[in-house]
Structures are given as structure tokens and as C-alpha cells.
Design a binder for this molecule. Structure first.
Ligand SMILES: NC(=O)c1ccc[n+]([C@@H]2O[C@H](COP(=O)([O-])OP(=O)(O)OC[C@H]3O[C@@H](n4cnc5c(N)ncnc54)[C@H](O)[C@@H]3O)[C@@H](O)[C@H]2O)c1
Length: 295
């Protein structure tokens, strides 16, 4: 099976970074993320790995965490002094406690949590077992909840913090075959809004990113042998469709520029940012909210 070049996770990582930067935390730091300490979950590959590398490049120190120990160790080692690896199963409260402690002991604090770890299940409702449904919700939704719980105290003590939860375009819309995944990603947006309301008073910002694409690894098990993953996913990603014939490198450049100045409309083809970040024209956003309200 042919995997596309690692461009799309980078695009998603840029968006995570843009949320962090545009909501204030990055703008205050002298070297953008100098002095910041971040825990990134699911960072052994894909969007999490790209986010960890990008954060480290911008000066942050990063706890790279995942259940894939060897791959995660490799990512942390290749980043160097600015990173360490923590085995963190996001469904385990013990693992969360250990990772938060590691961030504070090793790097002296905790400023950012990126709740990125996730699993996908593609199956019709009739073919989705109760245990499969529960597994997806436990990782994607409960893992996000447990992560937020684990970082509240250190962030409260510091009087500031930024939490970025990775939802999905499937947390904004509906597709057949995604009952467990879409429920969990809608749930992530719900958690995000409640947490933003509860934690704002402590100086902790909470935002969600709803990417339309990410790592090919996540989709690979569902793509038949011999089918090009990028072409296959383009058909299930209507907002990406106009981009189908453009080189990945061009798309990445567009999104990077869009993320920087917040005006490039191509940005919305890839990622939908919540919390009024300004990428989406007001009329379009209101139309989407009205559609959501009818569901
Ligand atoms: N791939 C896509 O098309 C796509 C689209 C929209 C949103 N997303 C979201 O982006 C995020 C990153 O996914 P990706 O695209 O990089 O896919 P990926 O499968 O490459 O990465 C997911 C990572 O999460 C880790 N993980 C799984 N279960 C875990 C657990 N219990 N505890 C800790 N880590 C665990 C995996 O080991 C993996 O490293 C996910 O939340 C995903 O739902 C992906």
C-alpha cells in the first residue's frame, strides 16, 4: 500500500500551533514557544509527532507521549534535549499523573497540553459492538477528559495554561460508518466548551481543532490494497476535493501562510478552527451553526 508523503500531519500540526499562538500563549513568549513546556499525546507518529517536532523547533520542551513506546522513544531521542518520552495510555489516570509529574520534574512546569491521541473505527451501526463503541469513546473522549483533569492543578498553580483538544471534521458533521468515532469527536467539542467556561477564570485557555485530515496510518487499515490512500480519502473529504490535483508541498505552503496571517481562505479547506479564530467568514460560520442546530 502506498502511503502519501508526511505532508498532511504537518498541516494539522501547523493548525494546532496556530491555535496555541493565536489564542495568546505563543505571542507572549520571546521565541514564540521559548520557555513553554508541553505534553503531547499520541506523539509517536502522525499529527502528534509533527506537532511535537514543530513545538520543539519553536523553543518548547516537550513530553512526547504514546502507547507506542519504541516509536515514541525514537521521536523524543531525535528531537534531543528538548524532549523526553512518557508511556501514556490516555485512558489511565495513573499514566496521566506520572506524565504531568514528569513534565514538572524534568522541565520545571506545564504550560500546554495537546490532547491528540485517537483511534478510528469505521463500521455500520449494526456492525459496531458495544465494546468497540466503548473502546473508541474511552480513548478519544474520556482520554481528553482525563488529560484535562490531570493538568488543571499544575496549570492553576502557574496561573496560566493552554489546552488544545484534537477533535475532527467528524465532530462537526455526520458520515455513515462512523458512529463511535463521530460521537467521540462531538464529545470532545462538548468537553472543550465546558472546560473553557470552567477554567478560563484560572487563566487556562481550552480550544478544539477539527482537522479534516491527518495521518494516513489511521485510515490505512480501512483502505483496500492497491488503492491510493490520498485519492481515497479525498473522496470522503469534500472540503479537500478542490485541492485534489495540487501537489502536497503546494498545499502545505498555502496552509502555512494561511496559518500565519489568518486570511488565506485555503486554510479552511484543511482545518476548521473553533472559538472564533477568524478563519471562517462570519456568514459561512453562522450557516454552519444553523445547520448543526437542526441535527
Ligand atoms: N487521520 C485523519 O484523517 C484524521 C482526521 C481528523 C482528525 N484526526 C485526529 O487527529 C489525531 C491524531 O491522529 P493521526 O491522524 O495522527 O493518526 P495516528 O493513528 O497516526 O495517530 C494516533 C496516535 O494516537 C496513539 N494512541 C492510540 N490510542 C492511544 C491511547 N490509548 N493512549 C495514548 N495514545 C494512543 C497511537 O498510538 C498513535 O500514535 C486523532 O485524535 C485523530 O482522531 C485524524
Amino acid at each position: 500500500m502506498r502511503l502519501p508523503p508526511p505532508g498532511v500531519p504537518y498541516v494539522a500540526a501547523r493548525t494546532v500551533y496556530a491555535v496555541f499562538e493565536r489564542t495568546g500563549a505563543g505571542a507572549r513568549a520571546m521565541g514564540r514557544l521559548d520557555g513553554k513546556v508541553a505534553i503531547i499525546t499520541g506523539a509517536a507518529r502522525g499529527t502528534g509527532e509533527a506537532t511535537a517536532r514543530l513545538f520543539a523547533r519553536e523553543g518548547a520542551r516537550v513530553v512526547v507521549s504514546d502507547v507506542l513506546d519504541q516509536a515514541g522513544e525514537r521521536v523524543a531521542q531525535s528531537i534531543g534535549q528538548a524532549a523526553c518520552f512518557a508511556h501514556l495510555d490516555v485512558t489511565s489516570e495513573d499514566d496521566w499523573r506520572a506524565a504531568a509529574t514528569m513534565a514538572v520534574d524534568r522541565f520545571g512546569g506545564l504550560d500546554v497540553l495537546v490532547n491528540n491521541a485517537g483511534v478510528l473505527l469505521m463500521a455500520a451501526i449494526q456492525d459496531t459492538s458495544a465494546s468497540d463503541f466503548e473502546r473508541v469513546v474511552r480513548v478519544n473522549q474520556m482520554g481528553t477528559f482525563l488529560g484535562i483533569k490531570a493538568v488543571i492543578e499544575p496549570m492553576k498553580r502557574a496561573g496560566r495554561g493552554s489546552i488544545v483538544n484534537i477533535s475532527s471534521v467528524d465532530g462537526l458533521t455526520a458520515k455513515n460508518g462512523l458512529v463511535a468515532y463521530a460521537s467521540s469527536k462531538w464529545g470532545v467539542r462538548g468537553i472543550t466548551r465546558v472546560a473553557a467556561l470552567e477554567l478560563g477564570r484560572f487563566g487556562i485557555r481550552v480550544n478544539a481543532v477539527c482537522p479534516e485530515a491527518g495521518s494516513p496510518h489511521m485510515i490505512a487499515p480501512y483502505v483496500p490494497a492497491g488503492v491510493d490512500i490520498e485519492k481515497a480519502t479525498a473522496h470522503s473529504q469534500p472540503n479537500l476535493a478542490p485541492q485534489r490535483d495540487r501537489a502536497t508541498s503546494e498545499k502545505i505552503l498555502d496552509i502555512a501562510r494561511g496559518s500565519r496571517n489568518g486570511r488565506n481562505p485555503l486554510a479552511v479547506f484543511f482545518s476548521r478552527l473553533e472559538d472564533e479564530l477568524g478563519y471562517r467568514p462570519r456568514a459561512e460560520r453562522e450557516k454552519r451553526l444553523a445547520t448543526e442546530a437542526k441535527i
